[in-house]
Write a protein of this length. Sequence first.
Length: 440
Amino acid sequence: MEQASLFENESMPLANRVRPNTLAEFVGQEHLLGEGKILRQLILADQVPSMIFWGPPGVGKTTLAKIIASTTKANFIIFSAVTSGIKEIKEVMEQAEKNRLNGLKTILFVDEIHRFNKAQQDAFLPYVEKGSIILIGATTENPSFEINSALLSRCKVFVLQALTEDNIVSILKQAIKDKKGFGNITVKIDDKFLKSIAVYANGDARTSLNMLEMVLLNSPKENETIVVNESIIKQCLNQKTLRYDKNGEEHYNLISALHKSMRNSDPQAAIYWLTRMLVGGEDPLYIARRLIRFASEDIGLADPNALTLAVSCYQACHFIGMPECSVNLTEVVTYFAVAPKSNSLYVAYEKAKKDALERIDEGVPLHLRNAPTKLMSDLNYGKGYIYAHDTKEKLTTMQCLPDSLKNQVYYIPNSDGKEIRFKERLEKIDKWKKEHSKEK
């Protein structure tokens, strides 16, 4: 059998040829499309509202839109945010308004809606409000950040999840049997190889089908049967594609996971999330900067050496770069995960900031002001100031806060790590000041 006979259209990728046309053929997103689930019911009842499909690439956003197109009685228009401008939007909207006046619904599917700027998105708003169109947008970016709030408030957001390994394996088996795929030829491929492709695809059906096509077209034939062997799999699947966007939400999700794993004293998880970021192409200096912040925010005086280590790590990353600096980052991440924790400094600053923002700005007490000129001295600048180093205990009872904050406490050390020393020292200072205060 000639290879060309495998295809209905040789130029069309396998992912397009075997794209599901009905909900029965669709694989994945059971939380939305399972029996009795809301999105399934809306589609079957032809009652779809304006909505946003949000999820990673290759999970079925466009496919769902096309299934809606095949089941709805509305006029269905596909719009690309990459190639369309405001002029094209208005032309389509005007036609949709005419359809509405004639009793016809228009569903407008906008792929990659996050690529539209604010003005382009605003052009949809009046037509969505009037019901001229039912808008279905697809995006890989967080709608909260990428879609105008006015437009977003009028759309139902459905979150599509990355496909599971079982989902991907099911899709691959379906493509092998489908006559629009490889159903016209016998294929011999072990389930373990299908699972390897599923792992490589990382939840992306399109990637898995593209890889399956590459594997099958490069595998040897034995008696008109395509036989996939381990050598072909290893050659084609030389590296897993990571789902990571350095400028998108996943970037923030992963750094959040790293921070929280270290804060939770879990070195295993911290190392894993660090590795995910680095192999995904994250700038090591970005991670090093976040470690500097973590050193003071989450460890603080429980281990004052943490800040020094973080700064040293940043310098190491700057000097040698990737991949060598990966071990420097791993060292510090592990140290921070097992180090004693204290957020006393963070709490102290936030409490002081609240007072600084919400209270009347009192002037600096006169005794704390310098008096470099005679006029300032005549105005009592510096009067009553006591130089602590001139005292035996290197302490004074002098008030340094404004009167309205006289007894305010910001820094409250805990008893973890080395911070217990600061706690003990502060308790001694407070005790001495109370004993020597004129107000006791």
